[in-house]
Write a protein that binds this ligand. Structure first.
Ligand SMILES: Nc1ncnc2c1ncn2[C@@H]1O[C@H](COP(=O)(O)OP(=O)(O)O)[C@@H](O)[C@H]1O
Ligand SMILES: Cc1ncc(COP(=O)(O)OP(=O)(O)O)c(N)n1
Length: 277
């Protein structure tokens, strides 16, 4: 069985972060493991408090996994602060995992900052260059480009997304997937691999329940890379998975409900057993 690790924050309400990642791994038939970077108190209505774990325990978790178990892919999500980023980057340098999917989580849908302003530079310089693929949403892409170029940028069309993906590629990740969840019209994601631009389309599902979409997509990509798919096919399959997970999103809580994960949905997306086990 393929083994996939998430390095991310905990969402006690189960919609995003570590919890969404592990549910996504299970639905893909891969074995999930977790390194927790931070504990958030959040629900469908917002993020109320955060405790970042110290670098010693983050290091110890990563050592515990890599000294014992072969890891086929790593997904990195909420990394909060410079010390968390330094230790993750240093541990990646030590263990050289294949297939690193970096979701540069900055601000939750409810508007809470999950990355400290002083950590932006470390994220860009220490983690992005080590990633097999980065998966920013539109506000994150704008913020990263603004930080690097010191120029304002507004991504408004799919063509703007393509230009932004090419700009982000210069930061050293092997692939850039710019997600279009925050745009209007069809939900179009753009992949740039340094050579080709590929668009991944889906209809825009009319729902308020999109908590954890970014976490789910990046974990689905990590699962598919672990299973041996090329980056284009891994993104294609992950896009089908997230679309179904949003279509079946749960109206749990009083706010933005979570995406839904279970194996039957995975099969419904044409992602059959035979492909994954
Ligand atoms: N309403 C929607 N209908 C269909 N796909 C969506 C919708 N909202 C987001 N997506 C898809 O979900 C994935 C995550 O995108 P996005 O919501 O932009 O990420 P994030 O959670 O990081 O803000 C992307 O594949 C995006 O196209
Ligand atoms: C612990 C934690 N990590 C990441 C996020 C952001 O997740 P995302 O998938 O982008 O979902 P939304 O916050 O945008 O709904 C999070 N909220 N918590």
């Amino acid at each position: 069985m393929k083994k996939v690790l998430t390095i991310a924050g905990s969402d006690c309400s189960g919609g995003a972060g570590i919890q969404a990642d592990l549910k996504t791994f299970s639905a893909h038939g891969v074995y999930g493991m977790s390194v927790i970077t931070a504990i958030t108190a959040q629900n469908t209505q917002g993020v109320f408090d955060v405790r970042d774990l110290d670098e010693a325990i983050i290091k110890a978790q990563i050592d515990a996994i890599f000294t014992d178990i072969q890891v086929d892919a790593v997904k990195i999500g909420m990394v909060s602060q410079p010390s968390t980023i330094h230790i993750i980057a240093s541990q990646i340098g030590k263990y050289h995992p294949v297939n690193i999917v970096l979701d540069p989580v900055m601000i939750s849908k409810s508007g809470y900052s999950l990355l400290k302003p002083e950590a932006k530079k470390s994220l860009i310089e220490e983690l992005i260059p080590r990633a097999s693929v980065i998966t920013p949403n539109v506000p994150e892409a704008e913020e990263i480009i603004r930080t690097v170029t010191s120029k304002p940028i507004a991504i408004k069309t799919v063509e703007d997304m393509e230009k932004a993906a090419q700009e982000l590629y210069k930061l050293g990740a092997k692939n850039v997937l710019l997600k279009g969840g925050h745009m209007s019209g069809e939900a179009v994601d753009v992949l740039y691999d340094g050579k080709d631009i590929t668009r991944f389309y889906s209809e825009r599902i009319d729902t308020k329940n999109t908590h954890g979409t970014g976490c789910t997509l990046s974990s689905a990509i990590a699962s598919n890379l672990a299973l041996g798919y090329s980056i284009k096919e891994a993104v294609n399959r992950a896009k089908r998975y997230i679309t179904i997970a949003i279509e079946h999103a749960l109206d749990i809580g009083k706010g933005v409900g979570p995406t839904h994960h279970f194996y039957e949905l995975y099969k419904k997306g044409g992602l059959e057993d035979g492909d994954i086990l």
